[in-house]
Ligand binder design. Structure first.
Ligand code: PLP
Length: 393
């Protein structure tokens, strides 16, 4: 198999499979979250795959990301949810993006965009039910709702959605889940009493969608699970069958023997206790390989695991080919798989080695990696899978 110097391969059929599985298992329309370049998987290509698999909505953080999706030809519903004061909401409003207000100041900004764009906005309201991140505090909610209703009554916008975000969805037994859901139901009641009739009420991210059926409401916002990664390690039924979409691979730049007692990389944090063979992998923290992976994570070379030795540098790191017996069979130019199907490590294994979550591992990958999308036709049985009423998990 020909491998570039260093590349990220993204399997769009896997993205489609995952999006279909999420819709089946949750029996709820899915918003595929494609923010942050689709968690490092490529926003435009993944958005297209998500739509092909039936995604009713796409979700992004910034207005700019939503505008990029429109510029790439996406005409479906898109929600954007994080702005700063002074931002111009006009292009997003003009492009029919659903925008999110947290405050009355946001409503003023949307009103200005409506005047400039000459079309009413699609507006969603976010309430903070306990994450203490974005969204209106419950104390400010009645006021925001009243102002939003007034703007709807005079034709500035239509309030299309009301939503919130969970803090502890990956810990299904955490009491915050029930507390946030109750607060959300209360906020919805306040909004409805004020005359709002949102099309979509939504609360759940991937983990909430899969683990908490009562949090699904009208729409589930799935990011990580759409890319085939596990949003709640240890809690999901493997029968869910999500397929990781990303493979990360490179070619060994160099292979050389190392004598007993010789040390590797900056700071000499690892020293060979016996003679071995090391290989040089031509990517580093500039490509998003965590520096913390030094002496902790592994890669696959020739079907066996090779541990990283010494610290990860900006452009490169060193792996121990002797440790697993891969050394003698290995030559410069051989393929090294950083993340991929077994026996290669998963993004989750990298996360555990580095003390983080798989979200951070995949999202940060970039730099000088080439990225290629593989798009093969779906298996015939993908297309006629029955609409499940399964509620997992
Ligand atoms: C990123 C994000 C999501 C997606 O979360 P996952 O855990 O990746 O499914 C959903 N909603 C909001 C508001 C987000 O910021």
């Amino acid at each position: 198999m020909s491998v570039e110097r260093a590349e990220i391969l993204v399997d769009l059929a896997a993205v489609r499979h995952n999006v279909r599985r999420l819709a089946e298992v949750t029996a709820t329309p899915v918003m595929v979250v494609v923010k942050a370049d689709a968690y490092g998987h490529g926003m435009v290509a993944c958005a297209r795959a998500a739509r092909e698999a039936g995604a009713a909505w796409l979700g992004v953080s910034s207005l700019r990301e939503a505008e990029q999706l429109r510029a790439a030809g996406d005409t479906g519903r898109i929600l954007a949810w994080l702005t700063v004061p002074g931002e111009d909401w006009t292009p997003a409003v003009a492009a029919g993006v659903d925008v999110t207000a947290y405050t009355r100041a946001d409503l003023d900004a949307v009103g200005a965009a409506v005047a400039a764009a000459g079309v009413p906005a699609r507006l969603q309201l976010k309430v903070d039910t306990g994450l203490s991140r974005g969204g209106a505090a419950l104390a400010d909610w009645p006021d925001l709702v009243a102002a939003a209703r007034a703007g709807e009554a005079d034709g500035r916008w239509r309030v299309t959605g009301i939503w919130s975000h969970l803090a502890c969805a990956d810990e299904p037994e955490h009491p915050a889940n029930a507390a946030q859901e109750a607060a959300f139901r209360h906020a919805l009641a306040v909004a409805e009493a004020a005359g709002l009739e949102p099309e979509v009420r939504h609360l759940a991210n991937s983990a909430g969608a899969l683990l908490r059926p009562s949090a699904r409401f009208d729409l589930v916002r799935c990011g990580l699970a759409s890319y085939g990664l596990d949003p709640a390690p240890g809690h999901l039924d493997p029968a869910l069958g999500l397929r990781p979409a990303m493979t990360v691979q490179a070619r060994l730049a160099m292979v050389k023997p190392l004598g007993a007692g010789e040390a590797v990389s900056y700071g000499h944090t690892w020293r060979a206790s016996s003679a071995t063979t090391v290989g040089l992998v031509p990517v580093g923290y500039a490509e998003g390989i965590p520096r913390a992976a030094g002496n902790r994570a592994e890669v696959e070379v020739g079907g066996v695991r090779a541990p990283i030795r010494g610290v990860v540098c900006m452009d490169q790191f060193v792996v121990d080919l002797g440790a697993a017996g891969a050394g003698s069979a290995t030559a410069p130019g051989d393929r090294v798989v950083l993340i991929g199907p077994a026996p290669a490590p998963s993004a989750q294994e990298w996360a555990e080695a580095c003390g983080t979550i798989s979200y951070e591992i995949v999202t940060r990958l970039g730099g000088r990696f080439a990225r290629h999308h593989i798009d093969e036709p779906d298996e015939p049985d993908e297309l006629d899978e029955p609409d499940g009423e399964e509620t997992t998990a």
